[in-house]
Design a protein around this ligand. Structure first.
Ligand code: FAD
Length: 477
């Protein structure tokens, strides 16, 4: 009797514990992906990630076909789908890799219980994280709430298990239940095709992930610590969308930075590993404190008087705030479904503090537009910026978008790429066009308020307004 290998956010053959266990069972394998409307993390699957998922499933299917199998696609209520496939195929077991978001966990617990009632073996495995979220605890046995001690614990837990290579020859079932087609799932955008530029940057699927990792280790790991904050430089791995859908495992990424101490400064390797550890930390928080996904971690922020002005929000969404670094980031997001980490922090600070829009609206927009939308990283990072999170940047630390731009994009190269109407402006004013002399604006063909917006808020006054609201919240407590 065959076994079902249920793919979820682990769309890879490499370092896949569930796949290895299915292989070792010696039975024929039915590879399955279920389009589960109710299980997309902590909200519906975003449009940009749906694009990615479509291409990633195609890539996985291609890899399986190379081994004379194919991916079975099914949609509907998860347990009902599994039961129907088990009945048709007479499968004796289901194998999967664990997920750690609250919705996914509750679905999986129920499924395991129900399958076991029917004497169907249901086995789940780790591998989406370096360590199971319950493994690292404080001396008192409680979960970590602060990153630095979490990182120390991760370091002293020893090297994560080395990644497993994909089995050379999988025994894939030839007689398969009927599959739906990807086209019927409507994961790709309709007209207008807002994702038309995505493929310039991305190759969804595990091969694309391995190639990004290889290129990063070869070209950018050295210097990562210094360069990673500069959005115009190709200095980070861009592995986040691949990690989000599990096309590569964190253990494989970690492993690629082993044994390089002769070629690459230790500080760069450690810094990169620390970022991977931020992802672990976000999952650790989400796992132990599921409310992180939608509620203020620090519930004092429940009394914060958000303005939630819809015109401001629209200007932010469309990259039309009049602050070039903010607009460049928001337009990079439209164009490539991704944004550089430094700029994510700047645009989030601008939305929350300068515009006083609830972080959840920003988080929701990111979920819909990021190819790397991730229930743990997205919520934890927004709460970090808002100051409401577990280990958060204090609310009163408010980014100045002009100074941030000048520090991290000193020549304005990043702005020039994403805000073409400012391309000709002198570097001295590229982050503050509203202060540029008329002669320079004329020379660059910029008409403020016409070809490029005037600032929608004055940063200094907006900062005071936010600090006053913060003080009022604290005084009320
Ligand atoms: P690299 O610098 O190459 O880092 C390698 C990997 O480490 C990343 O792929 C990612 O998995 C992890 N990582 C890096 N930085 C962080 C971080 N600050 N927090 C957690 N993990 C990190 N990341 C997501 O994966 N999905 C999200 O939905 C998401 N939303 C964010 C929202 C906001 C407001 C902010 C400030 C950050 C968000 N991040 C999110 C974190 C971070 O911006 C991205 O992980 C990073 O930019 C991805 O680029 P990279 O793969 O080139 O990173």
């Amino acid at each position: 009797r065959p076994v079902i290998l249920w793919f979820r956010k682990d769309l890879r053959l490499d370092d896949n514990k569930a796949l290895n266990a299915a292989h070792l069972s010696g039975q024929q394998i039915i590879p399955l992906y279920i389009n589960e409307p109710e299980a997309a993390g902590t909200g519906p699957l975003g449009a940009a990630q749906a694009w990615w998922l479509h291409h990633s499933l195609e890539a996985l299917d291609r890899s399986l076909r190379e081994q004379r199998g194919r991916l079975v696609l099914a949609s509907g209520e998860t347990l009902a789908v599994l039961r129907a496939i088990i009945e048709k195929s007479r499968a004796e077991a289901v194998f999967w890799n664990r997920r750690y978001d609250p919705t996914g966990i509750s679905i999986d617990i129920r499924i395991k219980r129900e399958l076991e009632k029917q004497a169907i073996e249901a086995q789940s495995f780790g591998g989406q994280l370096l360590h199971e979220p319950s493994r690292l605890t404080t001396g008192g046995g409680t979960p970590y709430r602060v990153y630095t001690p979490f990182w120390r614990a991760l370091e002293s837990a020893g090297e994560p298990e080395p990644p497993l290579d994909a089995p050379l020859k999988l025994q894939l079932a030839q007689k398969l239940p009927e599959s739906e087609t990807l086209d019927c799932w409507n994961l790709l955008p309709k007209k207008p095709d807002w994702a038309r530029d995505f493929a310039d940057l991305w190759t969804p699927g595990e091969q694309g992930a391995r190639e990004k990792l290889r290129a990063f280790v070869k070209d950018s790991l050295e210097g990562y610590k210094e360069n990673r904050d500069h959005p115009a430089k190709p200095a980070t791995s861009m592995l986040s969308p691949h990690l989000a859908l599990g096309e590569i495992s964190p253990a494989r990424v970690w492993d690629a930075t082993r044994g390089l101490s002769k070629q690459v400064p230790a500080a760069d390797i450690v810094h990169f590993r620390k970022e991977i550890a931020w992802r672990e930390f976000s999952y650790h928080l989400l796992f132990h404190f599921p409310r992180l996904a939608s509620a203020n971690w620090n519930d004092r922020f429940d009394d914060f008087e958000w303005r939630n002005d819809s015109e401001d929000f629209e200007a932010w969404r469309h990259g039309m705030t009049g602050y070039p670094i903010v607009d460049a980031g928001m337009r990079q997001l439209w164009r490539h479904g991704w944004m550089h980490n430094r700029v994510r922090m700047i645009v989030a600070s601008f939305l929350i503090k300068d515009l006083m829009v609830d972080w959840r609206r920003g988080e929701d927009w990111f979920r819909d537009t990021l190819v790397d939308a991730d229930p743990a990283n997205n919520a934890a990072s927004w709460q970090w910026v808002a100051g409401s999170g577990a280990d958060a940047s204090p609310f009163f630390r408010i980014f100045n978008p002009v100074l941030q731009g000048e520090t991290f994009d000193p020549d304005g190269d990043y702005v020039r790429i994403h805000v073409p109407e400012l391309r000709g402006l002198d570097a001295k004013y590229i982050h503050r066009p509203f202060e540029a002399p008329k002669s320079l604006l004329d020379e660059a063909g910029v008409i403020l308020g016409k070809t490029y917006p005037k600032p929608i808020v004055d940063h200094a006054s907006a900062r005071n307004r936010a600090l006053a609201a913060y003080k009022a919240m604290k005084d009320a407590a």
